[in-house]
Design a protein around this ligand. Structure first.
Ligand SMILES: Nc1ncnc2c1ncn2[C@@H]1O[C@H](COP(=O)(O)OP(=O)(O)O)[C@@H](O)[C@H]1O
Ligand SMILES: [Mg+2]
Length: 315
Protein backbone atom coordinates (compact mmCIF):
# COMPACT_ATOMS: atom_id res chain seq x y z
CA UNK A 1 0.00 0.00 0.00
CA UNK A 2 1.31 3.32 -1.02
CA UNK A 3 1.36 5.10 2.28
CA UNK A 4 2.89 2.28 4.19
CA UNK A 5 6.55 1.77 3.99
CA UNK A 6 6.84 -1.65 2.57
CA UNK A 7 9.04 -2.99 5.28
CA UNK A 8 8.37 -0.70 8.20
CA UNK A 9 6.24 0.25 9.92
CA UNK A 10 4.17 -2.84 9.37
CA UNK A 11 0.43 -2.53 8.93
CA UNK A 12 -0.28 -3.98 12.40
CA UNK A 13 1.69 -1.20 14.11
CA UNK A 14 -0.24 1.34 12.12
CA UNK A 15 -3.46 -0.37 12.99
CA UNK A 16 -2.70 -0.28 16.70
CA UNK A 17 -1.91 3.40 16.51
CA UNK A 18 -5.30 3.89 14.91
CA UNK A 19 -7.04 1.95 17.60
CA UNK A 20 -5.64 4.45 20.08
CA UNK A 21 -6.59 7.49 18.09
CA UNK A 22 -9.92 9.23 17.85
CA UNK A 23 -11.84 8.63 14.68
CA UNK A 24 -12.70 11.65 12.63
CA UNK A 25 -14.89 9.79 10.17
CA UNK A 26 -18.02 11.26 11.69
CA UNK A 27 -16.93 14.70 10.57
CA UNK A 28 -17.35 13.74 7.01
CA UNK A 29 -20.90 14.02 5.95
CA UNK A 30 -21.31 13.19 2.37
CA UNK A 31 -22.08 15.98 -0.05
CA UNK A 32 -23.09 14.79 -3.48
CA UNK A 33 -20.26 15.19 -5.94
CA UNK A 34 -20.36 15.91 -9.56
CA UNK A 35 -18.64 13.30 -11.62
CA UNK A 36 -16.27 14.88 -13.99
CA UNK A 37 -16.17 13.80 -17.55
CA UNK A 38 -13.19 11.76 -18.64
CA UNK A 39 -10.38 14.14 -19.52
CA UNK A 40 -8.68 13.84 -22.82
CA UNK A 41 -5.43 11.95 -22.67
CA UNK A 42 -2.23 13.85 -22.43
CA UNK A 43 -0.49 14.26 -25.69
CA UNK A 44 3.18 13.79 -25.13
CA UNK A 45 5.85 15.46 -27.13
CA UNK A 46 7.56 13.38 -29.76
CA UNK A 47 9.80 10.64 -28.50
CA UNK A 48 13.55 10.67 -28.61
CA UNK A 49 14.15 7.10 -27.76
CA UNK A 50 17.93 7.11 -27.74
CA UNK A 51 18.03 10.08 -25.46
CA UNK A 52 15.50 10.08 -22.65
CA UNK A 53 17.07 13.34 -21.52
CA UNK A 54 15.73 14.99 -24.63
CA UNK A 55 12.13 14.40 -23.65
CA UNK A 56 10.44 17.78 -23.55
CA UNK A 57 7.85 17.98 -20.81
CA UNK A 58 6.87 21.45 -19.87
CA UNK A 59 7.36 22.63 -16.31
CA UNK A 60 6.89 26.33 -16.66
CA UNK A 61 9.83 27.20 -18.83
CA UNK A 62 12.58 25.62 -16.75
CA UNK A 63 14.43 22.75 -18.30
CA UNK A 64 13.29 19.45 -16.81
CA UNK A 65 15.36 18.05 -13.97
CA UNK A 66 16.38 14.49 -13.43
CA UNK A 67 14.16 12.94 -10.79
CA UNK A 68 15.55 9.43 -10.67
CA UNK A 69 18.80 8.08 -12.02
CA UNK A 70 19.51 4.38 -11.72
CA UNK A 71 22.90 3.15 -12.83
CA UNK A 72 24.08 -0.45 -13.15
CA UNK A 73 21.86 -1.53 -10.30
CA UNK A 74 22.34 -5.08 -9.09
CA UNK A 75 20.40 -6.73 -6.28
CA UNK A 76 19.99 -10.14 -4.73
CA UNK A 77 17.31 -11.76 -2.60
CA UNK A 78 18.59 -11.04 0.90
CA UNK A 79 17.91 -14.49 2.28
CA UNK A 80 19.29 -16.65 -0.51
CA UNK A 81 21.65 -14.19 -2.24
CA UNK A 82 20.07 -15.16 -5.53
CA UNK A 83 20.82 -12.41 -8.05
CA UNK A 84 17.67 -10.84 -9.51
CA UNK A 85 18.64 -7.40 -10.78
CA UNK A 86 21.68 -7.66 -13.01
CA UNK A 87 22.53 -4.12 -14.03
CA UNK A 88 19.46 -1.91 -14.40
CA UNK A 89 19.90 1.53 -15.98
CA UNK A 90 17.07 4.04 -16.06
CA UNK A 91 16.73 7.80 -16.01
CA UNK A 92 13.45 9.55 -15.27
CA UNK A 93 13.01 13.29 -15.65
CA UNK A 94 10.39 15.34 -13.85
CA UNK A 95 7.02 15.02 -15.52
CA UNK A 96 7.80 11.85 -17.45
CA UNK A 97 5.80 8.67 -17.53
CA UNK A 98 7.80 5.47 -17.94
CA UNK A 99 6.46 1.96 -18.34
CA UNK A 100 8.31 -1.26 -17.62
CA UNK A 101 7.13 -4.40 -19.35
CA UNK A 102 8.61 -7.86 -19.41
CA UNK A 103 7.85 -11.52 -18.90
CA UNK A 104 6.77 -12.82 -15.53
CA UNK A 105 9.79 -13.33 -13.35
CA UNK A 106 12.00 -10.87 -15.23
CA UNK A 107 12.50 -8.72 -12.12
CA UNK A 108 10.02 -5.87 -12.59
CA UNK A 109 8.45 -6.01 -9.12
CA UNK A 110 11.85 -6.59 -7.56
CA UNK A 111 13.12 -3.43 -9.23
CA UNK A 112 10.15 -1.46 -7.91
CA UNK A 113 10.58 -2.85 -4.41
CA UNK A 114 14.32 -2.19 -4.39
CA UNK A 115 13.55 1.43 -5.25
CA UNK A 116 11.37 1.80 -2.16
CA UNK A 117 13.84 -0.08 0.02
CA UNK A 118 12.12 -3.41 0.55
CA UNK A 119 13.95 -5.44 3.15
CA UNK A 120 13.75 -8.71 1.18
CA UNK A 121 16.39 -7.47 -1.25
CA UNK A 122 19.97 -6.41 -0.90
CA UNK A 123 21.58 -4.02 -3.33
CA UNK A 124 24.97 -5.37 -4.34
CA UNK A 125 26.10 -2.74 -6.84
CA UNK A 126 25.29 0.38 -8.80
CA UNK A 127 23.59 3.55 -7.68
CA UNK A 128 20.16 5.14 -7.30
CA UNK A 129 19.94 8.91 -7.08
CA UNK A 130 16.56 10.47 -6.36
CA UNK A 131 16.26 14.27 -6.47
CA UNK A 132 20.02 14.50 -6.21
CA UNK A 133 20.25 12.32 -3.11
CA UNK A 134 21.66 8.84 -2.76
CA UNK A 135 18.54 6.77 -2.24
CA UNK A 136 20.53 3.77 -1.09
CA UNK A 137 21.57 5.70 2.02
CA UNK A 138 17.96 6.32 2.95
CA UNK A 139 15.59 4.23 5.05
CA UNK A 140 12.30 3.26 3.35
CA UNK A 141 10.47 5.83 5.44
CA UNK A 142 12.83 8.60 4.35
CA UNK A 143 12.38 7.57 0.75
CA UNK A 144 8.65 8.13 1.04
CA UNK A 145 9.18 11.44 2.82
CA UNK A 146 11.39 12.43 -0.09
CA UNK A 147 8.43 11.80 -2.42
CA UNK A 148 8.83 8.24 -3.67
CA UNK A 149 5.77 6.06 -3.31
CA UNK A 150 4.68 2.71 -4.55
CA UNK A 151 1.27 1.19 -4.97
CA UNK A 152 1.19 -2.54 -4.54
CA UNK A 153 -0.29 -5.33 -6.55
CA UNK A 154 -2.43 -6.45 -3.60
CA UNK A 155 -3.24 -3.62 -1.21
CA UNK A 156 -3.87 -4.70 2.38
CA UNK A 157 -7.22 -4.35 4.14
CA UNK A 158 -7.29 -2.62 7.50
CA UNK A 159 -10.49 -3.61 9.26
CA UNK A 160 -11.87 -1.08 11.72
CA UNK A 161 -9.88 1.84 10.36
CA UNK A 162 -11.60 4.32 8.12
CA UNK A 163 -9.92 5.61 5.03
CA UNK A 164 -10.06 9.20 6.19
CA UNK A 165 -8.42 8.44 9.53
CA UNK A 166 -5.77 6.46 7.77
CA UNK A 167 -5.05 9.16 5.21
CA UNK A 168 -4.96 11.92 7.82
CA UNK A 169 -2.55 9.97 9.96
CA UNK A 170 -0.29 9.15 7.04
CA UNK A 171 -0.38 12.70 5.76
CA UNK A 172 0.35 14.18 9.16
CA UNK A 173 3.21 11.75 9.63
CA UNK A 174 4.70 13.10 6.42
CA UNK A 175 4.11 16.72 7.50
CA UNK A 176 5.75 16.06 10.85
CA UNK A 177 8.79 14.60 9.16
CA UNK A 178 8.94 17.60 6.87
CA UNK A 179 8.81 19.90 9.91
CA UNK A 180 5.36 21.21 9.00
CA UNK A 181 2.48 21.67 11.43
CA UNK A 182 -0.05 18.85 11.40
CA UNK A 183 -3.38 19.39 9.70
CA UNK A 184 -6.53 19.43 11.77
CA UNK A 185 -9.36 17.26 10.45
CA UNK A 186 -11.04 20.37 9.06
CA UNK A 187 -7.90 21.53 7.28
CA UNK A 188 -7.40 18.04 5.95
CA UNK A 189 -10.95 17.97 4.67
CA UNK A 190 -10.33 21.14 2.65
CA UNK A 191 -7.10 19.62 1.36
CA UNK A 192 -8.53 16.29 0.32
CA UNK A 193 -11.80 17.33 -1.32
CA UNK A 194 -10.29 18.60 -4.59
CA UNK A 195 -8.14 15.47 -4.74
CA UNK A 196 -11.20 13.26 -4.50
CA UNK A 197 -12.54 14.95 -7.55
CA UNK A 198 -9.28 14.57 -9.41
CA UNK A 199 -9.15 10.84 -8.79
CA UNK A 200 -12.90 10.50 -9.25
CA UNK A 201 -13.73 9.10 -5.83
CA UNK A 202 -16.94 9.88 -3.99
CA UNK A 203 -16.55 11.37 -0.50
CA UNK A 204 -18.46 8.50 1.15
CA UNK A 205 -15.49 6.34 0.25
CA UNK A 206 -13.58 8.12 2.99
CA UNK A 207 -15.78 6.69 5.71
CA UNK A 208 -15.29 3.12 4.66
CA UNK A 209 -12.65 0.97 6.25
CA UNK A 210 -9.39 0.84 4.36
CA UNK A 211 -9.83 -1.52 1.44
CA UNK A 212 -12.41 -3.60 3.32
CA UNK A 213 -14.97 -4.92 0.87
CA UNK A 214 -13.60 -2.69 -1.87
CA UNK A 215 -13.88 -3.94 -5.41
CA UNK A 216 -10.63 -4.37 -7.34
CA UNK A 217 -11.18 -1.03 -9.06
CA UNK A 218 -11.99 0.75 -5.79
CA UNK A 219 -8.84 -0.60 -4.16
CA UNK A 220 -6.73 0.65 -7.02
CA UNK A 221 -8.39 4.04 -7.05
CA UNK A 222 -7.88 4.25 -3.31
CA UNK A 223 -4.18 3.64 -3.86
CA UNK A 224 -4.11 6.47 -6.37
CA UNK A 225 -5.89 8.70 -3.86
CA UNK A 226 -3.15 7.93 -1.35
CA UNK A 227 -0.53 8.96 -3.89
CA UNK A 228 -2.45 12.17 -4.55
CA UNK A 229 -2.85 12.97 -0.85
CA UNK A 230 0.78 12.34 -0.07
CA UNK A 231 1.94 14.32 -3.08
CA UNK A 232 4.18 11.65 -4.54
CA UNK A 233 6.77 13.02 -6.92
CA UNK A 234 7.50 9.60 -8.30
CA UNK A 235 4.64 7.12 -8.14
CA UNK A 236 5.53 3.53 -8.82
CA UNK A 237 2.50 1.57 -9.95
CA UNK A 238 2.98 -2.17 -10.05
CA UNK A 239 0.34 -3.73 -12.29
CA UNK A 240 -2.45 -1.38 -11.30
CA UNK A 241 -4.36 -2.91 -14.19
CA UNK A 242 -4.34 -6.42 -12.77
CA UNK A 243 -7.77 -7.85 -12.13
CA UNK A 244 -9.64 -4.82 -13.43
CA UNK A 245 -12.49 -4.91 -15.88
CA UNK A 246 -12.54 -2.47 -18.78
CA UNK A 247 -14.55 0.19 -16.97
CA UNK A 248 -12.47 -0.01 -13.79
CA UNK A 249 -9.30 0.22 -15.83
CA UNK A 250 -10.60 3.37 -17.47
CA UNK A 251 -11.49 4.85 -14.08
CA UNK A 252 -8.12 4.00 -12.57
CA UNK A 253 -6.29 5.38 -15.58
CA UNK A 254 -8.31 8.54 -15.30
CA UNK A 255 -7.28 8.80 -11.66
CA UNK A 256 -3.60 8.44 -12.56
CA UNK A 257 -3.90 11.01 -15.32
CA UNK A 258 -5.53 13.35 -12.82
CA UNK A 259 -2.51 12.94 -10.57
CA UNK A 260 0.00 13.88 -13.19
CA UNK A 261 1.39 17.38 -13.26
CA UNK A 262 4.40 18.67 -15.19
CA UNK A 263 6.60 17.89 -12.18
CA UNK A 264 5.21 14.53 -11.14
CA UNK A 265 6.44 11.34 -12.67
CA UNK A 266 5.13 7.83 -12.90
CA UNK A 267 6.88 4.51 -13.29
CA UNK A 268 4.32 1.87 -14.12
CA UNK A 269 4.71 -1.81 -14.55
CA UNK A 270 2.23 -3.45 -16.83
CA UNK A 271 1.67 -6.29 -19.26
CA UNK A 272 -1.01 -4.57 -21.26
CA UNK A 273 -1.15 -2.16 -24.13
CA UNK A 274 -4.57 -1.00 -23.04
CA UNK A 275 -3.24 0.71 -19.92
CA UNK A 276 -0.54 2.40 -21.97
CA UNK A 277 -3.16 3.73 -24.32
CA UNK A 278 -4.89 5.37 -21.36
CA UNK A 279 -1.82 6.58 -19.50
CA UNK A 280 0.54 7.44 -22.30
CA UNK A 281 4.15 6.82 -21.39
CA UNK A 282 7.12 8.77 -22.73
CA UNK A 283 9.18 5.59 -22.69
CA UNK A 284 8.56 1.89 -22.53
CA UNK A 285 11.33 -0.31 -21.21
CA UNK A 286 11.52 -4.04 -21.64
CA UNK A 287 13.01 -5.93 -18.73
CA UNK A 288 14.54 -9.33 -19.27
CA UNK A 289 16.52 -11.37 -16.77
CA UNK A 290 17.06 -8.45 -14.40
CA UNK A 291 18.08 -5.86 -17.00
CA UNK A 292 16.41 -3.31 -19.23
CA UNK A 293 17.21 -4.64 -22.65
CA UNK A 294 15.24 -2.23 -24.81
CA UNK A 295 13.67 1.19 -24.56
CA UNK A 296 11.21 2.58 -27.02
CA UNK A 297 7.81 4.14 -27.51
CA UNK A 298 4.31 2.74 -27.75
CA UNK A 299 5.28 0.78 -30.86
CA UNK A 300 7.20 -1.67 -28.62
CA UNK A 301 4.01 -2.42 -26.70
CA UNK A 302 2.10 -2.86 -29.94
CA UNK A 303 4.71 -5.28 -31.22
CA UNK A 304 4.55 -7.18 -27.94
CA UNK A 305 0.80 -7.43 -28.06
CA UNK A 306 0.96 -8.77 -31.58
CA UNK A 307 3.95 -11.09 -31.46
CA UNK A 308 4.75 -11.73 -27.80
CA UNK A 309 8.01 -11.26 -25.91
CA UNK A 310 10.08 -13.21 -28.43
CA UNK A 311 9.77 -10.20 -30.74
CA UNK A 312 11.59 -7.93 -28.28
CA UNK A 313 13.80 -10.44 -26.52
CA UNK A 314 17.57 -10.02 -26.40
CA UNK A 315 18.13 -13.74 -26.78
N1 LIG B 1 11.30 -12.37 -1.91
C1 LIG B 1 11.59 -13.30 -2.83
N2 LIG B 1 11.91 -14.56 -2.48
C2 LIG B 1 12.20 -15.50 -3.40
N3 LIG B 1 12.22 -15.26 -4.73
C3 LIG B 1 11.90 -14.04 -5.15
C4 LIG B 1 11.57 -12.98 -4.22
N4 LIG B 1 11.32 -11.87 -4.92
C5 LIG B 1 11.48 -12.18 -6.22
N5 LIG B 1 11.82 -13.48 -6.36
C6 LIG B 1 12.10 -14.17 -7.63
O1 LIG B 1 12.76 -13.25 -8.46
C7 LIG B 1 12.32 -13.36 -9.79
C8 LIG B 1 11.78 -12.01 -10.24
O2 LIG B 1 10.57 -11.76 -9.57
P1 LIG B 1 9.70 -10.46 -9.79
O3 LIG B 1 10.56 -9.28 -9.59
O4 LIG B 1 8.49 -10.58 -8.93
O5 LIG B 1 9.33 -10.60 -11.33
P2 LIG B 1 8.19 -9.87 -12.18
O6 LIG B 1 7.58 -8.79 -11.37
O7 LIG B 1 8.91 -9.37 -13.40
O8 LIG B 1 7.21 -10.94 -12.55
C9 LIG B 1 11.29 -14.46 -9.81
O9 LIG B 1 11.91 -15.64 -10.20
C10 LIG B 1 10.82 -14.54 -8.37
O10 LIG B 1 10.38 -15.81 -8.04
MG1 LIG C 1 5.58 -8.48 -10.67
Amino acid sequence: MAVLNYSSPSPPSLISSFKNSTSISHLFTVPATRRRSFPSFRIKSSLAVESPAASGTSNGGESPKILLQVKDLTAVIAQTEQPILKGVNLCIYEGEVHAVMGKNGSGKSTFAKVLVGHKDYEVTGGSIVFKGENLLDMEPEDRSIAGLFMSFQSPVEIPGVSNIDFLLMAYNARRRKLGLPEYSPIEFYAYIMPKLEVVNIKPDFLNRNVNEGFSGGEKKRNEILQLAVLGAELSILDEIDSGLDVDALRDVSKAVNGLLTPRKSVLMITHYLRLLEYIQPNYIHIMEDGKIIKTGDISIAKLLEKEGYKAVSAT
